[in-house]
Design a protein around this ligand. Sequence first.
Ligand SMILES: [Zn+2]
Length: 186
Amino acid sequence: MNKSPRQRFNEKCLWRDSGCLIWTGAVRGSRQKRGCFWDGKKTVDAARWQLTNLVRPPKEDECACHTCDNSLCVNVEHLFWATHQENVADMHAKQRSHHYTDPSVGKQAGAKSQATFRQKPHLRARGSRHGSAKLTEDQASAIQNSALPSEWLAKVHGVSRSTINRIRNGSLWSAAIKARQESPGN
Ligand SMILES: [Zn+2]
């Protein structure tokens, strides 16, 4: 069976408690490692591929930047396009505030993605095809805490939209997530 680039991509990612989706495939770079992904034609930056496919292609001079400062993270909610100049300004802002938790970044990305899905209905996940995928507790928790549209989450996590909606309305995974939220340190 031929796997789609999306399937091959998802198989190389691992969820962490932090909410980061860590790339476990090939990497390049010594100080700041970046994921490398074979898209079927060429090797591309993994974070760049994720943003291009789930949000929009980059404009000239834009690079894939992280809100979580984990260069191997490919969670689309932790990624945004920025020009080199914007990236430098962002780094300065992060140095000023030790914990960078600006939620507006994710919200803006979410709003954009909804617009993208409206304009390009073919980008929507085709639910039942992915319906059999298994989720982890980390993923379920990330889904419940996410502000992103269910279409997008379904695609990212490889499950159906109804699974996403059931997690969100508490009929799936709620006990595990509740236990997790009540445990110290979370
Ligand atoms: Zn991250």
